[in-house]
Design a protein. Structure first.
Length: 161
């Protein structure tokens, strides 16, 4: 299923560790952008869901789009939510976007047989089945929990200084 929230687990960890140097909103947006192709292919009944968007070069292009679109959109959302510091750097947006697209490829390559992450160089996917899908889901959830703890700790220790 495209747009799985499990992809946000690694992003939560990156946000917890990176703080303001990493945009979780742009990370989340990149997750959605990279799964537009599989979503469309599902609706069209295509047997191959993961095409060019799920390659290293596709992730590079989508990361660039996510950076350029994600920064102003995220700043707008943060302003609307009344965030104390709505501004973000282009570096934080780019880290969110590119870590988002590339971290998306790893779990998808492990769990989807139609993935060809190194195309057009090779159609091989040595990551497919590297661990069970259940284990992969557990890893994503644990990363999200650990990231949430880091984020909470970072936010609460900053307020007490």
């Amino acid at each position: 299923m495209p747009f799985t929230p499990l992809h946000l687990g690694p992003g939560a960890l990156l946000k917890g560790v990176g703080g303001d140097r990493f945009s979780f909103l742009v990370f989340g947006g990149s997750q959605v952008l990279i799964d537009i192709e599989p979503g469309y292919r599902m609706l069209a009944g295509d047997p191959i869901l993961h095409g060019s968007s799920h390659t290293l070069s596709g992730a590079l292009v989508i990361g660039g789009i996510a950076t350029l679109a994600g920064k102003p959109i995220s700043e707008f959302v943060l302003r609307r939510l009344g965030a104390a510091r709505p501004g973000m750097t282009w570096t934080a947006a780019a880290l969110g976007a590119f870590l988002g697209t590339y971290s998306h490829l790893l779990p998808d390559a492990i769990m989807h047989s139609d993935m060809k992450p190194w195309a057009p160089l090779t159609n091989n996917n040595p990551l497919y089945g590297a661990i069970s899908i259940s284990a992969l889901h557990i890893v994503c959830v644990v990363l999200g929990i650990v990231g949430g703890v880091f984020f909470w700790f970072r936010r609460n220790t900053r307020q007490t200084r």
